[in-house]
Design a protein around this ligand. Structure first.
Ligand code: NAP
Ligand code: G4F
Length: 352
């Protein structure tokens, strides 16, 4: 049987890098869309990237394809040339706070990007299977404490609004043009490969640096926000499984438990033999380590958002019912994985 071909858009990101490893192990030919940049942006996939275009010589490596979600022409040319069986759209300006600063760009890539890909699929090879990385941010400050596939969207940021457009576009192409197009509505998922400006990696890196005396203070924003945090590697395996179903569908992927940013700080501290307690309130609140007797966390309003989502908690029983699948890594296991890795990375002066 010929090998299946996948195109991963967003292959240089956290999820793209895990998904590429998973698909290579499953014997896929993997093409990955990479943006041209003046500094290397392939740290997460350097170990699996190929410079050869000869399929025979590839030997389980990713084929790099330069491209950008802003360009319909590039996407069309790529799909015409590669003719993939599956497309995973993980590409995004994925930072919520930053989306308030660059809303037009965020709408273009996150909102119109999926349309460009789906339109190319429709016109070039309509039997390509497509999965859209949708987001729990679409639920916003929902009236429902537990969010599932039927929960009303209430996007609170340019990022969330654009993701909602991507979600509906995916559903429209499925309903109107019979494209195999599914949405994975993913709640927050983290790993040692998480971008450094997302709160979990920032906390883990920051506290590890404080522990090794490379830094004195870690500045954070909203400590009260709660997120349903899972492990990215598991979520990427589920993305693949969703595309192997007989029919396209939309699924929430979540752990069903949520914790605050404050909880994440305390759990990370515990892993590093710190005992972090909180003193003061509002902008004056600090995190104090009773072991070193030092203030190590302060609040900086720079990290606040005009409108933050206060609590996200996902119900992934549909995923479990149809696919007998659910994320297993617990909050404490996730923190442990991240801390253990970060200590190694810091020793070797690496970020990923
Ligand atoms: P990430 O680490 O920020 O990766 C985003 C990827 O998109 C990177 O490869 C990035 O390339 C690429 N990208 C950015 N702008 C692009 C453009 N104009 N054209 C083509 N590619 C572009 O995000 P992630 O955490 O892996 O998340 C993967 C996807 O799932 C994203 O769509 C995100 O919005 C969505 N999502 C994530 C979570 C989560 O908790 N992680 C939850 C729900 C949904 P560079 O490396 O060059 O920047
Ligand atoms: O880590 P975050 O930046 O992730 P956020 O905003 O929840 O978005 C992530 O998850 C979404 C799924 O729900 C994805 F769609 C999206 O692409 C991204 O992957 O922030 C988490 C919480 C927020 O409430 C934020 O206000 O942590 C709070 N926070 C507190 N201090 C901080 C900080 N966030 C960041 N990034 N940096 C801080 O210093």
């Amino acid at each position: 049987m010929p090998k299946k071909k996948a195109l991963i858009i967003g292959i240089t990101g956290q999820d793209g890098s895990y998904l590429a490893e998973i698909l290579l192990k499953k014997n896929y030919i993997v093409h990955g869309m990479v943006r041209r940049s003046s500094m290397p942006n392939t740290q997460r996939i350097d170990h699996i990237i190929s410079t050869s275009r000869d399929n025979e010589k590839l030997n389980k490596k990713v084929i790099r394809e330069y491209g950008d979600l802003s360009s319909s022409a590039q996407i069309q040319n790529l799909i015409k040339r590669v003719k993939p069986d599956e497309i995973y759209n993980l590409g995004a300006q994925s930072h919520v706070r930053v989306s308030f600063e660059i809303p037009e760009y965020t709408y273009d890539i996150v909102g119109i990007g999926p349309l460009r890909v789906l339109e190319a699929i429709k016109n070039i090879k309509p039997n390509i299977k497509y999965i859209q990385a949708s987001s729990s941010e679409m639920f916003g400050n929902s009236k429902k404490n537990l969010q599932d596939e039927d929960t009303k969207f209430k996007p609170e940021s340019p990022y969330a609004s654009a993701k909602t457009l991507g979600y509906w576009t995916t559903k429209n192409y499925r309903d109107n043009f019979k494209i195999f197009a599914s949405n994975a509505i993913m709640f927050n998922h983290e790993s040692p490969r998480r971008g450094v400006n997302f709160v979990t990696k920032k906390i883990v890196r920051g506290l590890c640096e404080i522990k090794s005396k490379k830094r004195k203070i870690l500045y954070l924003g909203n400590l009260n926000a709660k997120r349903d945090w899972g492990y990215a590697k598991e979520y990427c395996e589920i993305l693949w499984k969703i595309l192997q179903l007989r029919k396209p569908n939309d699924f929430v992927i979540a752990t069903g438990k949520n914790y605050s940013v404050r909880d994440f700080v305390e759990a990370t501290g515990k892993e590093l033999n710190m005992n972090i307690i909180w003193k003061g309130s509002g902008l004056k609140e600090v995190g104090y380590d009773t072991r070193s007797k030092k203030v190590i966390i302060k609040v900086d309003p720079y990290f606040f958002r005009p409108n933050d989502v206060q609590s996200l908690l996902g119900n992934s029983s549909k995923l479990f019912k149809i696919m007998k699948q659910k994320p297993k890594t617990s909050f404490n296991q996730l923190v442990k994985i991240m801390v253990k890795n970060e200590i190694k990375l810091i020793k070797t002066n690496r970020l990923y």
